[in-house]
Design a protein around this ligand. Structure first.
Ligand code: AP5
Length: 218
């Protein structure tokens, strides 16, 4: 399956993507994680991305689309992928259509995670992320690490992402409403969107998502 996951910052895209990708045996491709890996390795791409991410703006399309295309061309993505955080505006959505068309393939579904803004704020305020791997995330209340400040999965140090400050989250939400939400209508016109509530326990949301994807594929 080829799926795009969409939802506001803190909706639980990364959390759900890890479980869904495992259940569906497809790679989880997160442009945010790819940027953060580049930042921690100090690559030119990471340096370029950092200033945009820290201010809550989108990284320019020239950088993002090339990076996503390279990742989609890796062998593990040949038979499917779960895209988390890409596309994030209409021009990225159109670029993705072209990338897939070149390969003679198409998206199967766009899973839209709905969460009220007050819940998003709570989720982001309590999130702790692993310095070694930003796909390893915890929450001080909802998913505490076994030992405070230490990643359960790899022992890495947990920290609060620079872009998780209240001011930057406000900016990221604004960018989401202005630039990312329009892609939901774009994909609705192609009959691809399934919307689910992302409220409730993580496992309940995963079950809801799997059921919605099953119905979409039927
Ligand atoms: P990115 O890393 O993609 O961030 P985001 O979309 O803002 O999403 P988040 O990672 O903040 O949240 P999430 O929905 O994954 O939630 P999570 O599962 O962690 O992008 C960051 C930046 O990179 C962007 O601002 C931009 O600058 C740049 N960028 C990335 N892609 C780009 C693109 N395509 N174009 C241009 N720029 C791009 O969950 C949040 C917390 O809630 C966690 O603590 C978790 O434990 C907890 N939680 C999750 N589910 C539940 C639940 N059901 N109940 C209780 N708690 C829960």
């Amino acid at each position: 399956m080829r799926i795009v996951l969409v939802g506001p910052p803190g909706a639980g895209k990364g959390t759900q993507a890890a479980y869904l990708a495992e259940n569906l045996s497809i790679p989880h491709i997160s442009t945010g994680d790819l940027f953060r890996a580049n930042i921690s390795q100090g690559t030119p791409l990471g340096l370029q991305a950092k200033e945009f991410m820290d201010s809550g703006e989108l990284v320019p399309d020239e950088v993002t689309i090339g990076m996503a295309k390279d990742r989609l061309e890796q062998p593990d993505a040949a038979s499917g992928s779960l895209l988390d955080g890409f596309p994030r505006n209409l021009s990225q959505a159109k670029a993705l259509d072209e990338i897939l068309e070149e390969k003679g393939i198409a998206l199967d579904a766009v899973l839209d995670l709905e969460v009220p803004e007050e819940e998003v704020v709570k989720r982001i305020a309590g999130r702790r992320t692993c310095r070694n791997n930003s796909a390893h995330t915890f929450h001080v209340e909802y998913k505490p690490a076994k030992a405070e400040g230490v990643c359960d999965e790899c022992g890495g140090e947990l920290y609060q992402r620079e872009d998780d400050s209240e001011e930057t989250v406000r900016k990221r939400l604004e960018v989401y409403h202005e630039q990312t939400e329009p892609i939901i209508d774009y994909y609705k016109s192609q009959g691809l969107v399934v919307t689910i509530s992302a409220l409730g326990k993580v496992v309940e949301v995963t079950q809801r998502a799997m059921e919605a994807l099953r119905q979409k594929a039927a």
